[in-house]
Structure formats: C-alpha cells, structure tokens
Write a protein that binds this ligand. Structure first.
Ligand SMILES: Cc1ncc(C[n+]2csc(CCOP(=O)(O)OP(=O)(O)O)c2C)c(N)n1
Ligand code: SF4
Ligand SMILES: [Mg+2]
Length: 351
C-alpha cells in the first residue's frame, strides 16, 4: 500500500496547537511496517509529544540507522530534516550534525540491533559525550528487518519463533546508558502511550543525553510464548516506577497537588516534570540507586518502566567543548577560517 498517499486536506474542526498545526501536520508517510508492529505505536507517541509541545517541525532533525525501527522516521514528522545513516552509525552522524548546529532538536531513532550490536561503540560514545539529543531504541530483541535473528538484547533462555533457545547473555541498554553517563534514562513499552508520550516530552525538554529504551514487540518474529519481548510477557511483568506528566512552565501552571504523591522536577527549558510516584521510595535523581533498582528487578524477571534517572543539572557536549553558540552555517568565512597566524598559534600550542 506504499503507493497510497495520505490525503492533504484536513477537517476544519481538527484541534490545533499554538502553531496552528493539527496532529496530522506531524505525521509522515504511510507506514510499511507489519500491522501491529510496536514501532508504529512509538511513531504515534512521537507525533503526539511533538504536537502537544508545539515543536516546530523544521527545527527537528531525525536520524536513524538501518532496520524496521530505523525506517520509522519516514512515518512521522514529514516536514522535518531526516538522515538515514549506515547501519549502527546514527550516533556519530547525529553528533556531527549537533556540533555544526546546536539549535535543532535531535531525535535519534534506532533498533536493538542497530544500537546494541553493530552500533554499540557508537552508542557508548555519544552517551558519554553528553550529546544533547533524544535517543530512542525501539527494542524488540530481534533483527526484525532481516527475518528475526536474536539481537544482543534478547534474554538468555528466550526462544525464537522456530523454538531455538538463546544461550547468550543479554545487553541491558538502560544499565549501559546509566553507566555511560546519560543524564536522562527511561524505559517504556510501545503499548503504553500514557507513559510513553510524557516520557518523550520530558526527554525533549531535557538538555543532555536523553536515552529511552522502548520495548516494542515484533509481531512477525518475536511475539510468541517463550519470548520476553512479546506483548503478553511485557504486560504481565511490567512494573512502573512512576506515572508522569510534563507541564511547560508558562505563565499559568495548573498543578493538581496531592501532598505526598507528587515529585516535581524542573528541567532546563523551565518545564516541570511531574512524577506521580507509585513506589513511594523511588528517587530518580540517584544514578547508582537506579542501576541497583533495575538490576534487582531484572533478576526477578521484571521489566521496570518509567523515568529511572534524571540529572537536572546536566551539561552537554557544547559546554564541555566550549564551542561557539552560533550554528556554523551562520558564521562568516572570516570566523570559520581565522587565517594563517591563528592556525600557526594553534599548532604551536601542540608542540
Ligand atoms: C553493515 C550492515 N550489516 C548488516 C546489515 C543487515 N541488517 C539490516 S537491518 C539489521 C538489523 C536490524 O535490527 P534492529 O536494529 O533491531 O531493527 P529492527 O528491524 O528489529 O527494528 C541488519 C543486521 C546491514 N544493512 N548493514
Ligand atoms: S518484521 Fe517485526 S519489527 Fe519489522 S515491521 Fe514486522 S513486526 Fe515490525
Ligand atoms: Mg530489533
């Protein structure tokens, strides 16, 4: 059905955001993924989050690698910039683009194969560098596009569609992101839009490396009994640490305060992340505690979802490198190339 174009006309009564855009203005092409694929639900959540946050589509750069998950940027934010990189290389292309122009919102979309196998080194370095981005891994435990081989996030003992048992230990991307220095780490489930949409909004509002691991069942190759990434398994084993909502800090803030139930986290853009805590003692500000918490629950076969860690004072790569605040394409030739004397001085500094 890829030849079917979406109708361009919108119904005049569709609700609009502050930019007078309807939700439809944040959509992309018609998806070619399998019906029921979790990745399509994540695209819908990204669309919803960007629409609700009044994100200007031309201020967004979507980057991805290769895989069913990496195809999805074609299905949302059709008016944004997009770049489909080589398999596993999205993080370095995103880092380079961000260095050249820090004014865009960088949205990296990847798969567990793309990020935990071939792109593992790339994933690690963009997290530790604190690249200001929203990095979403659409995690189905398989290489969906190449017909369902186990990926590096497949749980030991889980079975493939043909009944083969995975004997390898899994990589936990949340644990790695925490260890590597990501300043916002969350996990969610593609089928839980009430949790996923606010998490994406909070990640967009966060300055620094924001990582979201979204369990996203592959209905074609990893949705059977014996899989730990199926709809049924995740629904049965999901433990949510918090329910959240993001309120942009504008003149009017209406907060439904209920003493003892809410934790407010102010983000860099001034917006406030409201956490409705289910586990009353869960504190998302403690990196070590978050690592222990996720590991303890993982050992019990539970999938912990929600905002697991946030550093509200995080700095990003540009602060670390003291780069110019202006995008490179806004600099004049003289500023980009300061001349031989300046270059000689720089070189002399390395001798
Ligand atoms: C350099 C290179 N190696 C291998 C492949 C084959 N390949 C394409 S997609 C893919 C894995 C995709 O898995 P994942 O990132 O989990 O995406 P999914 O399809 O599951 O969403 C592989 C191995 C490739 N395209 N390029
Ligand atoms: S093969 Fe799996 S991951 Fe790919 S589109 Fe189909 S359901 Fe989604
Ligand atoms: Mg995958």
């Amino acid at each position: 059905m890829t030849y079917l174009a979406k109708p361009k006309l919108h119904h005049p009564t569709l609700p609009q955001n502050k930019l007078c855009h309807t939700r439809r203005d944040y959509e992309g092409k018609i998806s070619t993924l399998c019906a029921g694929c979790g990745h399509d639900s994540i695209s819908a959540a990204i669309i919803q989050a960007c629409w609700e946050m009044d994100v200007e589509p031309h201020r967004v750069a979507k980057l991805s690698g290769i895989g069913c998950s990496s195809k999805t940027p074609d299905y949302f934010l059709g008016q944004s910039h997009g770049f489909n990189t080589v398999h596993g290389r999205m993080p370095s292309v995103l880092t380079g683009a961000n260095l050249a122009n820090r004014e865009l919102l960088y949205l990296g979309v990847s798969g567990d194969g793309d990020s935990a196998s071939i792109g593992l080194g790339q994933f690690a370095h963009c997290m530790r560098r604190g690249v200001n981005m929203v990095y979403i891994v659409e995690n189905n435990g398989v290489y969906g596009l190449t017909k369902g081989q186990f990926s590096a996030t497949a749980d030991q003992g889980s079975t493939s569609k043909r009944g083969v048992v995975n004997s390898d230990s899994p990589l936990d991307m949340v644990g790695m992101a925490l260890q590597l220095g990501a300043s916002f780490v969350a996990r969610s489930f593609s089928g839980d839009k009430h949790q996923l949409v606010p998490l994406i909004k909070a990640a967009i509002a966060h300055r620094g490396a924001a990582f979201l691991d979204v369990i996203s069942p592959c209905v074609a190759f990893n949705n059977h009994a014996g899989s730990t990434k199926s709809y049924e398994y995740v629904r049965e084993h999901n433990e949510a640490v918090n329910r959240l909502d993001v309120i942009p800090l504008r003149k009017e803030i209406r907060v439904d305060f209920a003493a003892g139930e809410l934790l407010e986290v102010e983000q860099h853009d001034g917006s406030v992340l409201r956490l409705r805590k289910i586990a009353p003692d869960y504190d998302p500000h403690n990196r070590i505690a978050a690592m222990n918490y996720t590991q303890e629950h993982q050992a019990k076969g539970e999938v912990v979802t929600g905002l697991l860690y946030i550093d509200t004072n995080a700095s990003d790569m540009h602060e670390h490198l003291h780069t110019t605040a202006r995008p490179l394409n806004a600099l004049a030739a003289r500023e980009l190339c300061p001349g031989k004397t300046a270059l000689d001085k720089l070189n002399a500094g390395f001798r």
